[in-house]
Design a protein around this ligand. Sequence first.
Ligand SMILES: *[C@@H]1O[C@H](CO)[C@@H](O)[C@H](O)[C@H]1NC(C)=O
Ligand SMILES: *[C@@H]1O[C@H](CO)[C@@H](O)[C@H](O)[C@H]1NC(C)=O
Ligand SMILES: *[C@@H]1O[C@H](CO)[C@@H](O)[C@H](O)[C@H]1NC(C)=O
Ligand SMILES: *[C@@H]1O[C@H](CO)[C@@H](O)[C@H](O)[C@H]1NC(C)=O
Length: 247
Amino acid sequence: MLKMGVLKVELVLLLNLLLVSGDVYNNEVSEHSLELTQSLNLARQELIQETCRHFPPKYGLDELPPSQLEHILINEEHKLLYCYVPKVACTNWKRIFMMLSGKWNGTDVLSITASIAHTPGMFRDLSNVSKAERDYMLENYNKMIIVRNPFERLLSAFRNKLEGDTLSARYFQDRIGRRIIKAYRENPSNESLEYGRDVTFKEFALFLTNRSEEMADVVNNEHWQPITNLCHPCLIKYTLVGKSYFS
Ligand SMILES: *[C@@H]1O[C@H](CO)[C@@H](O)[C@H](O)[C@H]1NC(C)=O
Ligand SMILES: *[C@@H]1O[C@H](CO)[C@@H](O)[C@H](O)[C@H]1NC(C)=O
Ligand SMILES: *[C@@H]1O[C@H](CO)[C@@H](O)[C@H](O)[C@H]1NC(C)=O
Ligand SMILES: *[C@@H]1O[C@H](CO)[C@@H](O)[C@H](O)[C@H]1NC(C)=O
């Protein structure tokens, strides 16, 4: 769903950061809203750092397999990294990223369809650069992440992928819903076993806590993986921490 209102505040800050890094966006931003947004941003960065001090990561950046950095998209012209998190307005931000990267000529962000925005290989990402380049970018680029209340995000993933009736939901129900029902439902109906379309939130929650090898491939799906696992906020010092609110 499009929540452009939600995006506006963060976009203001993003554009400002890009301005600072030498770009020429002719945006009209009031001093006041900018300062307010920047102070929120700094408070969030501090909160992350404080939390990381309490729960230090068990691994360093160099120990991570490169594939663990594939959510971090690169825009070299604007010296910007963006770690996208599914279920946190990431389609919209990928659209904006496409425009920033000159991969879309139009001026209407929303004219970019979701499937275009999610085209594999659309953007370079941090899993595919040399260590030297990675370190250079992490040191010198702005690093953006948009977060969301984790429970809200889970519920959103559940509604969208396990309750929905879109093509994408059907795919998840077939691949994952059926396995959840098989593992967690007592006396499931044949229909539930066959289609996996009526997983309950309780079953979904039980499934998320399953640590068996057998389930790992689906438990670790990016739509419900914790942001920590996708974006490594204790290893990467994000300079723009946006937040999606859904009021
Ligand atoms: C942008 O427009 C030019 C000229 O019309 C075209 O050649 C180019 O392929 C377009 N680029 C994209 C990414 O759509
Ligand atoms: C990035 O991906 C391309 C295409 O898959 C590959 O040829 C290249 O070696 C990769 N570069 C690094 C540094 O991993
Ligand atoms: C985890 O999933 C496996 C495979 O479906 C299942 O056999 C097992 O009972 C589950 N474990 C827990 C603790 O739910
Ligand atoms: C469910 O499937 C089993 C085994 O295929 C079959 O014996 C049973 O009759 C089916 N039940 C219903 C309600 O269709």
